[in-house]
Design a protein. Structure first.
Length: 419
């Protein structure tokens, strides 16, 4: 959505209709993965263009929107809407459609009731083909991450199979609330059990690394990054809540994995563990291509945007890798986050579309969720606070570098758009 320096538009619609549109817009933006500071900025910009004053207060599970008609005396038109929200998820196609609809309403080419109806149509499910693609992408992403880590072929295959099974579990949890509550713990239990069985009965594995690769889609690295981003933007309640949610997800994944390890010990299973990274560079590049494609599907981008999303994901990884080889791992993460944030803002300026199409895929392979999970798993396995310290410090360094890149990227190229 462009800057709100233009005169108000579409103010011929009723006051209640304009409020209803802004509320619907806010719900859609939150549902499709918009961070709080960007969401509030977008709401305020749209409200002003519709001739409204809006004071939003948003957190990850709810929002309070206070409206006023500036053309009426103070107190005569004050309206407050309290909205209970579910957990949002990244959906780039619907985010782009929401942005397009808001632009058309602000420009006056689409009236407010029709705009609200168009937003409501976005709630429709993704269909059977979309669900199948999502499930397959779970497995493909897990196998691709194992390839990026240069794991042996047995490890890659094991991670891919576990990822596919978790994708099926996630599809089942969509319609089963009780399963959804314990989903991450069950996924950790499933990943740990299958990996232990393979390492005990078939061949040795890089056990913890395979488990982490198989759980890669569930790791809350993006949530953790968004939480710190909100905290630095002084959205303290939202950032704290999102950070707590990310840590809870990590703990649930660890609980499931710990249960699997204890059950294996009780059953007398002794998984064969090895530390081996034998794959050549060509495997890494093929894995990068498949991983970028898998995340394009998981982010639910439109097919026409697949090349852009895949290029962004691959670019972020390559900047991080080569920058890390030249200047150290944290510097590589910083440069990648800086470059992809600036590139996203440039894309938004040039094409009048959400910069999230570039920014989110560009940093997805940089987020510190996998390192955080490794530190907690190591801590639980060793029952020693020192065991996970190295991994915890690595996660902290990665998070700080990523956050610095996001902040300075926005300074380098100022965003014209809140998305």
């Amino acid at each position: 959505m462009p800057a709100d320096t233009l005169a108000p538009a579409n103010t011929d619609a009723g006051y209640v209709e304009r409020i209803a549109f802004v509320v619907e817009l806010a719900e859609r933006l939150q549902a499709y993965g918009t961070t709080v500071q960007r969401l509030e900025g977008a709401i305020e910009a749209v409200a002003r263009r519709l001739g409204l004053e809006c004071a939003p207060w948003v957190n990850p599970t709810g929002m309070v929107l206070a409206f006023r008609d500036p053309a009426r005396p103070t107190g005569m038109s004050d309206t407050t809407r309290v909205v209970r929200l579910g957990s949002g998820d990244t959906d780039l196609y619907r985010l782009c459609e929401t942005d397009r609809i808001a632009d058309e309403v602000m420009a006056g080419t689409l009236d407010v009731p029709a705009g609200r109806a168009a937003l409501r149509q976005l709630v429709q499910g993704i269909g059977t083909r979309g669900r199948i693609a999502q499930v397959l992408s779970f497995g493909l992403a897990s196998a691709a991450v194992a390839g990026l880590l240069r794991l042996p072929w047995l490890d890659v295959a094991t991670a891919g199979i576990i990822g596919l099974m978790i994708g099926l579990l996630e599809a089942a949890a969509q319609t089963r609330p009780r399963l959804s509550e314990a989903f991450e713990a069950i996924a950790g239990l499933l990943a740990g059990t299958v990996a232990i069985l393979v390492a005990s009965l078939i061949g040795p594995l890089n056990l913890n690394t395979v488990i982490i690769a198989s759980l890669i889609v569930l790791l809350p690295g993006m949530t953790l990054t968004n939480a710190m981003n909100e905290l630095t933007s002084r959205h303290l309640v939202s950032g704290t809540a999102r950070f707590a949610g990310a840590m809870t997800t990590i703990l649930k994944l660890t609980i499931g994995t710990a249960i699997a390890l204890n059950l294996a010990h009780m059953a007398g299973l002794e998984p064969a563990v090895r530390a081996s990274r034998p794959q050549p560079d060509w495997v890494v590049w093929i894995a990068l291509g498949f991983g970028a494609f898998a995340f394009a599907v998981l982010f639910r981008a439109h097919r026409r945007d697949y090349p852009l999303v895949m290029l962004a994901a691959a670019s972020g990884y390559m900047i991080s890798r080569f920058g890390g080889e030249a200047f150290g791992a944290p510097a590589g993460v910083f440069l990648a986050a800086l470059g992809m944030t600036a590139a996203g803002n440039i894309y938004a300026r040039l094409f009048n579309r959400p910069g999230a199409l570039v920014r989110l895929p560009g940093i997805i392979m940089l987020v510190p969720g996998s390192v955080a999970l490794r530190s907690v798993i190591s801590l639980v396995q060793a029952q020693d606070i020192g065991a996970g310290q190295d991994a915890a410090m690595m996660a902290m360094n990665t998070l700080m570098a990523l956050l610095a890149g996001l902040m300075f990227g926005n300074l380098l190229v100022t965003a014209r758009r809140n998305l």
